[in-house]
Write a protein that binds this ligand. Structure first.
Ligand code: IMP
Ligand code: MG
Length: 187
């Protein structure tokens, strides 16, 4: 068992799952796929970035996509207590988002229980007059979903374990690590 180090994030990582180089290479491929898929759209793409977890992923992915786009942000919180969702999702204001008549791509860090992305996708679609908002995630966990939702674009499929880094946190920490790792036992 270990205790979290007060000032050194790296010291708390037990194992690296995805290195910075692996993530960067995969983002090149993913950006190319998305660019090809949206290249012939008549309207600029609206990308809805789910804060705070998708912040790092979005910054790196979107700079690789040379298409006309609007970037909008939406806060979502699922009241994570420790390492498990409470099952309740709270979303920020959606009314100002430019989504009607546009192709929309939702960007999130991880598809876990699916509750967050299901809530975001259904709330956005109410305002999109029948059009479909697609979903792109950095990570998709291999576990049963608690809501009916899947991602259209996935950078990495991973096992069902709690990870941190590259935007993902535990108690607000570790988001700025440039890689994705698993915390030491007991943290
Ligand atoms: P959901 O359970 O699919 O609704 O995921 C909600 C949010 O929980 C994600 O956007 C992440 O911010 C967070 N989350 C889920 N799994 C992990 C994890 O392994 N590490 C850190 N955060 C996670
Ligand atoms: Mg989080």
């Amino acid at each position: 068992m270990s205790e979290a180090s007060p000032l050194n994030d790296e010291a708390d990582i037990g194992r690296i799952l995805l290195t910075a180089e692996t993530i960067e290479k995969r983002l090149d491929e993913l950006a190319e796929t998305i660019t090809q898929d949206y290249r012939s759209q008549a309207q600029p793409l609206t990308v809805v970035v789910i804060l705070t977890g998708a912040l790092v992923f979005a910054a790196d992915l979107l700079r690789r996509i040379p298409l006309a786009m609007r970037i909008e942000c939406l806060s979502a919180s699922s009241y994570y207590s420790g390492k498990q969702t409470s099952g309740q999702v709270s979303l920020g204001q959606l009314d100002h988002l430019t989504v009607s008549g546009r192709p929309v791509l939702i960007l999130d860090d991880i598809l876990d229980s699916g509750l967050t992305l299901h809530a975001v996708q259904s709330r956005l679609q109410e305002r999109m007059k029948g059009a479909q908002a697609k979903i792109c995630v950095l990570l998709r966990k291999d576990r049963p979903r608690q809501a009916q939702v899947d991602a259209d674009y996935v950078a990495f499929d991973i096992e069902n374990e709690f990870i941190v880094g590259y935007g993902l946190d535990f108690s607000g920490r570790y988001r700025n690590l440039p890689y994705i790792g698993v915390l030491k036992d007991g943290i």
